[in-house]
Design a protein around this ligand. Structure first.
Ligand code: 5GP
Length: 207
């Protein structure tokens, strides 16, 4: 799907697990309007998470049915569980000119970039791998084995950072939120996305 001046802005936000994506997005929501796609996953629900808000928590059989019916825009298997982006909401929002944020891992990020070449990739990095491990442990929602598995994935994911358009370091939360906000504002002002406004202004200037 190619970009044009009518379409909204698709942001792909990736980061190693535990890097604070959810916190950044929650704060970002207070500063700038955007739609956040709710992914579908087969992983167990964590304490504090809500079905339909954080994820749609589904069974393997249901996820596979959605895949067969082509209702998943992109998906991956992460740490033994399916994760995928439902297709309809994203396309509807983009067609309505909204800013849409997908919070997905690097493989899905690459797939979305291929499907939507005008999407913008933002990679959130921890200040250090030690800080990341500390955050994962502080969350205490995963077993030691799961933490080690996520750290291995995280080290691998860091290698993809340079394939993204922007890198934001999540050290001080306020700074990271400001940086992502700045990226969205700047991308929305790109001339390639402002064709409609310019034609309108020109139309009135000429009439
Ligand atoms: P968590 O289990 O920590 O919520 O998520 C694990 C990883 O899966 C994170 O990197 C998260 O961004 C990613 N993820 C969440 N939803 C999706 C999705 O729909 N597609 C893909 N490709 N990754 C996702």
């Amino acid at each position: 799907m190619s970009g044009n001046a009518n379409r909204g802005l698709l942001i792909v936000l990736s980061a190693p697990s535990g890097c604070g994506k959810d916190t950044v997005l929650a704060e970002l929501q207070k500063k700038i309007p955007f739609k956040r796609s709710v992914s579908m996953t087969t992983r167990p629900i964590r304490p504090g998470e809500q079905d339909g808000v954080d994820y749609y928590f589904v069974t393997d059989a249901y996820f596979e049915k959605m895949l067969r019916e082509d209702k998943i825009l992109e998906h991956t298997i992460y740490s033994g569980h399916y994760y995928g982006t439902p297709r309809t909401a994203v396309d509807d929002w983009l067609a309505a000119g909204e800013t849409v944020v997908l919070k997905i891992e690097v493989e899905g990020g690459g797939n979305v970039r291929r499907l939507y070449p005008d999407s913008v990739g933002v990679f959130l990095v921890p200040p250090s791998m030690q800080a990341l491990e500390k955050r994962l442990r502080a969350r205490s929602s995963e077993s030691e084995e799961e933490i080690q598995s996520r750290m291995t994935i995280a080290r691998n994911e860091m290698r993809f950072a340079m394939q993204y358009d922007y890198i934001v370091v999540n050290d001080r939360l306020e700074d990271a939120v400001d940086d992502v906000c700045a990226v969205i504002r700047a991308e929305k002002c790109k001339s390639s996305r402002c064709g409609n406004q310019i034609s309108e202004v020109n139309h009135y200037a000429e009439s």
